[in-house]
Design a protein around this ligand. Structure first.
Ligand code: TRP
Length: 331
């Protein structure tokens, strides 16, 4: 059995990029009977950037319902809120004492976020990778599916795990980051050189998985491409067209090569409309399920409680193993 662990922050909206790059991939991993999957809403990470309480609460519930609506199975996998399992913060503290300030100072995301939020460079922002290491190590995860931008954080989790194991013996499983092949990075519809991001001030640049069909169609129709006319996959020279092909490939489960042949002689307009339609089609069942789930708060909370308890049982075992090795008095 292989343990797979991943998490997503419940901030803003869930974009098509999050869905294609992360959640859909989790869904596929869950289908493999050899995998034991654990998926979290990383809501402790979210407050490293200031959140409006009401909005934060709403987003967290909405993301939980979305994860279930997108097919993550809370009976088969563990689907939970990080904030419901106290062991994350506890292990993060212990790991802090095995992590060097210099290492955290070198983290690209920390440097980026410090620039972006220069009025709030809090300790949590700097400590973010250590909490993330705690998330992963608590569950003895073998593989961690993430986007390219998170690979550096997986590297540091590995370093910390190896450091601890070097001192105390076999405490942690050393995790491996895994990247998705097609669709790992979905680009902005307005600036195809930048990653699709929910924090982009231009809402036309990203699709929320909860956008109406009409809105989705409009956004795809106004997607930025290039001044040529040929439809081919060439991310370097034709990032906009290639991004549409990638999205269409995921939405239709057809290969990019087949799609390029299919679109031979057609215009960019056709590609945009087809991609929009395919995305609407792909998201439709999920939206229906979401609309049903989000009204049933009692069910969502019960599910969250049950899944947190299952997560906690694993987490406590790991934490105890480490505490014992450090020399703590166990009661
Ligand atoms: N930092 C990750 C992101 O923003 C989310 C995350 C938190 C995570 N803890 C994790 C991802 C543990 C993988 C494993 O995408």
């Amino acid at each position: 059995m292989k343990t797979i662990y991943s998490a997503i922050q419940p901030s803003g909206v869930m974009t098509l990029g999050n869905y294609i790059g992360a959640v859909d991939n989790w869904h596929q991993m869950q289908a493999d009977p050899n995998n034991k999957c654990i998926f979290a809403l990383a809501d402790l990470h979210t407050i490293t950037v200031r959140q409006d309480p009401a909005k934060f609460h709403e987003n967290a519930m909405s993301f939980y319902a979305l994860l279930l609506a997108l097919g993550l199975d809370p009976k088969k996998s563990i689907v939970y809120f990080q904030s419901h399992v106290q062991q994350h913060a506890y292990l993060a503290w212990l790991l802090n004492c095995y992590t060097m300030v210099g290492e955290m100072n070198r983290m690209t995301q920390f440097k980026d976020k410090s620039q972006k939020h220069s009025d709030n460079i809090n300790m949590g922002l700097m400590d973010y990778p250590v909490l993330m290491a705690a998330d992963i190590l608590l569950y003895n995860a073998h593989e961690v599916p993430v986007g390219v931008d998170q690979l550096q954080h997986i590297e540091i989790a590995r370093d910390i795990a190896e450091r601890v194991n070097g001192i105390y013996g076999d405490i942690f499983t050393v995790p491996k980051g895994v990247l998705k092949k097609v669709g790992a990075k979905i680009m902005s519809l307005q600036d195809p050189l930048a990653k699709m991001s929910k924090s982009d001030p231009n809402p036309k640049s990203f699709i929320s998985v909860l956008d109406d069909d009409a809105v989705i169609m409009k956004k795809f129709k106004s997607a930025v491409t290039d001044s040529e006319t040929e439809i081919r996959f060439d991310p370097e020279n034709k990032p906009g067209v290639s991004n549409l092909l990638t999205i269409l490939s995921v939405a239709t489960k057809k290969s990019v090569d087949d799609l390029v042949k299919e679109f031979d002689g057609l215009m960019y307009g056709h590609l945009k409309v087809r991609t929009g339609e395919a995305v609407c089609e792909m998201l439709k069942p999920m939206k229906q399920e979401y609309n049903h789930l989000i009204k049933d708060e009692a069910y969502l909370l019960e599910c969250a409680r049950e899944n947190a308890a299952r997560a906690e049982a694993i987490a406590q075992e790991t934490l105890d193993r480490f505490k014992k090795a450090i020399g703590y008095v166990m009661i």
